[in-house]
Ligand binder design. Structure first.
Ligand code: BGC
Length: 708
């Protein structure tokens, strides 16, 4: 896996040439006396206060607030407890604090060791807004207790291709699901007094050529697929910052696109916060970025160095008014989020309630574990002997890159199963010697094969199979086949950051997707395998039969792109929308996931404020249901509509025989599509509502009626 340093060097950035500034301690006291510093008057609006403070800043101080000032921190946060991923130096003479940005973000806080939560795609699989809030609370709490002002998440990028290196950092392939998890996540972090950064805005869907690739994407796909999570986040949760992406969109750098930053983000959605650039290479030029809407270049000023800004001012390409506007927006953000009115948070990781965060990590992992297939072998019923196979069972598996948290302590699947197995004999084989693994499987009551991929920021996956999913682990498909041939009671436990091909799925007794389940993952997996908890997850991404079936398929123009451009010619047909439109049978469809009990769905009613469904537990165990609501739009000639689109979900735990009436709120947007000609949302003339347990299991349907 290439490191951040090597990919920067490869991209032409000489890290050694960057100066390492001294990071000031920051203001030790809150804003100050309003008689001396009128902007410290908390009775004034953030806008007014920002205007007063701006006036007090010298021209040079203003320029200094347009860039981070620590290029080395990002390289150190995985191991150092004091290094920051980003630092924006303050102006102590006026009470402007140095703003500190925490390492990690989407899956926990790094900066030395931290609680490594499950990967966000596991949260996507949870289909649970309350879990998203709980996740956010842990992130916000750790960020704050490590003395940070900002957590660099969540990542709201849609999984467009399962090969995307960062697929595990987001919430899956569906914009509605992503939006509904993003909002409580952001609110929960910001309620802890920590600012968020929704990223990577917009259309940042692959790592191949990540600093330069141009996403050629139509307005409808942008509006219906890639922008809605950001839109919901901005409108409903008011994140303090938005991080613009490395890539270009339709020929313009994301951090230099006026139509997107000033037009859509600030103009249409009313964003009042600060736009920061992704780290090192996202700001492509000086005047263009500033005029477009970029406030701060991170983690250090290259395009926004004082010298570059002065040069652009000198040529007239950049105006003083633009500089003032961008600085004003930043100052207003600090006022609006209380940063100016409080003392800096102390870096006190010792105050973190690690037991509570461990519990959250385990329960969040349990909520996302997705049982894809089960011929009855699960839950395990007091087996006398277990053959546990696969190197991934003996290791902590997580996604790589800037979101990777160095865990405080880990529980591997091997440790979790051994701890839970009670009287059963557990034989472990790492699988490198296939014959020995097969021999162990043959002798055991049940064989469990743990297989993993190795998703990471910086590189896309070279394939979708477990044959090459993690070269260090050898041909895991062959291992699974060999073990399955030796023991009909073979359970495959996947630890992957995106869909993988499972050509052996029919030949094994059960398949479980645990994603990257975080530092308590081993306990979570064991508890699910033994039936202490019901598998809580449902697929937030489609598992295809073959890679050619995916939306990007084998079309190189779609992925990885040709001549530096990647063509989003599949339009809105991303994820399950593609499979449904083309009648392609997936291996496991979006929304699918089994429980240890069974559920029935009844009485779909559509009323003025939404739809209702009754869920009944028809089995004999307590279990977790995830009722899902889809909308099928029609009557739009020339504008093909996805056969179904997720517009509601809920998560309910029901005892045997118990039932629950579930309400799915709907609004005008639930029934609208983006009219490219008119440049606006348009209600579809026809529509039906479908409800059930997955995108391919929707027994109930009704006309939409006229919800308002
Ligand atoms: C990533 C961002 C991250 C930043 C700082 C970049 O490499 O793309 O997601 O927030 O580093 O860690």
């Amino acid at each position: 896996m290439p490191s951040r340093v090597s990919s920067l060097v490869a991209a032409g950035v000489c890290v050694a040439a960057l100066t390492v500034p001294v990071v000031p301690a920051g203001a030790a006291t809150p804003c100050g006396d309003p008689r001396r510093r009128p902007w410290c008057d908390t009775s004034l609006s953030p806008d007014r206060r920002a205007a007063l403070l701006l006036r007090a800043l010298t021209p040079h101080e203003r320029l200094g607030l347009m860039a981070g000032d620590d290029p080395v921190g990002p390289l150190l946060t995985p191991t150092s407890a004091t290094a920051r991923e980003g630092t924006v130096r303050g102006v102590p003479r006026l009470g402007i604090p140095t703003v500190l940005m925490a390492g990690g973000g989407p899956a926990g806080i790094r900066q030395g060791r931290g609680t490594a939560l499950p990967s966000p795609i596991a949260l996507g699989a949870g289909f649970d807004s309350a879990a998203a809030a709980r996740f956010g609370r842990v992130v916000g709490d750790e960020a704050r207790r490590k003395g940070n002002d900002v957590a660099l998440g969540p990542a709201l990028d849609i999984v467009r291709t399962p090969r995307g290196g960062r697929s595990f950092e987001g919430f899956g392939e569906d914009p509605f699901l992503t939006a509904r998890l993003a909002v409580p996540w952001i609110r929960a972090v910001q309620e802890q007094g920590v600012l968020t950064s929704v990223k990577h805005f917009p259309a940042n869907n692959q790592e191949f050529q990540r600093f330069t690739v141009d996403a050629v994407v139509g307005a409808r796909a942008l509006r219906e697929v890639y922008l809605p999570p950001f839109e919901a986040a901005v409108r409903e949760a008011r994140p303090a910052t938005v991080m613009c992406a490395y890539n270009l969109v339709n020929g313009r750098p994301s951090c230099g696109s006026r139509p997107i930053l000033d037009g859509v983000l600030r103009g249409e959605w009313g964003f009042r916060g600060t736009v920061i650039s992704d780290w090192f290479l996202a700001a492509k030029d000086t005047a263009g970025s500033a005029e477009a809407g970029l406030n701060i270049e991170m983690p250090v000023g290259v395009r926004y160095s004082p010298a570059a800004l002065l040069a652009a001012l000198g040529t007239g390409r950049l105006s003083r008014a633009t500089v003032d506007r961008r600085v004003h927006e930043y100052l207003r953000t600090l006022f609006a989020h209380g940063v100016m009115d409080r003392a800096p948070y102390p870096n006190a990781p010792g105050t973190i309630d690690t037991a509570a965060h461990d519990r959250a990590a385990r329960e969040l992992a349990e909520g996302g574990i997705t049982l894809l297939r089960n011929d009855g072998v699960l839950p395990l019923r007091a087996p006398r002997s277990i053959a546990l196979i696969g190197s991934a069972a003996g290791e902590y598996v997580s996604g790589g890159g800037s979101s990777q948290v160095t865990p405080r302590a880990t529980v591997t699947v091997r440790q979790g199963v051994q701890a839970r197995a009670r009287g059963a004999a557990v034989t472990y084989r790492d699988g490198r010697d296939v014959r020995s693994a097969v021999a162990a499987a043959r002798e055991a009551d049940v064989a469990i094969v743990v297989a993993a991929d190795a998703k990471s920021e910086f590189t896309d996956a070279p394939c979708m199979t477990l044959r090459c999913g993690d070269p260090r682990r050898g041909d895991q498909d062959a291992l699974i086949r060999a073990v399955a041939a030796a023991n009909p009671r073979t359970v495959v436990v996947l630890q992957t950051g995106a869909p993988v091909l499972t050509p052996w799925a029919e030949d094994v007794a059960a398949v479980v997707e645990t994603w990257y389940p975080g530092q308590q993952g081993g306990h979570a997996v064991a508890r699910m395998l033994f039936g202490d908890v019901d598998p809580g997850g449902r697929l937030p991404v489609t598992f295809p039969v073959a890679e050619r079936d995916t939306p990007t398929g084998t079309d190189r123009r779609r992925y990885p792109g040709v001549g530096g451009k990647v063509h989003y010619s599949e339009g809105v047909f991303v994820g399950y929308r593609h499979y449904d439109r083309h009648g392609i049978a997936p291996r496991f469809p979006f929304g699918h996931g089994l429980s240890y009990t069974t559920f029935a769905y009844r009485d779909l009613r559509v009323g003025p404020r939404g739809a209702q469904v009754t869920v009944v537990n028809t089995g004999n165990r307590t279990g977790v249901a995830v009722p899902q609501l889809y909308v099928a739009l029609g009557g739009t000639p020339g504008v093909p509509q996805p056969p179904r689109q997720l517009k509601g979900f809920a998560k309910v735990t029901l005892a045997p025989g118990a039932s629950r009436r579930v309400t799915f709120p709907l609004d005008a947007r639930s029934f609208a599509y983006w009219d490219e000609k008119g440049g606006r949302w348009q209600a579809a003339p026809r529509c039906r509502i479908l409800a059930g347990s997955s995108s391919r299991d929707l027994p109930l349907s009704a006309a939409c009626g006229t919800p308002g």
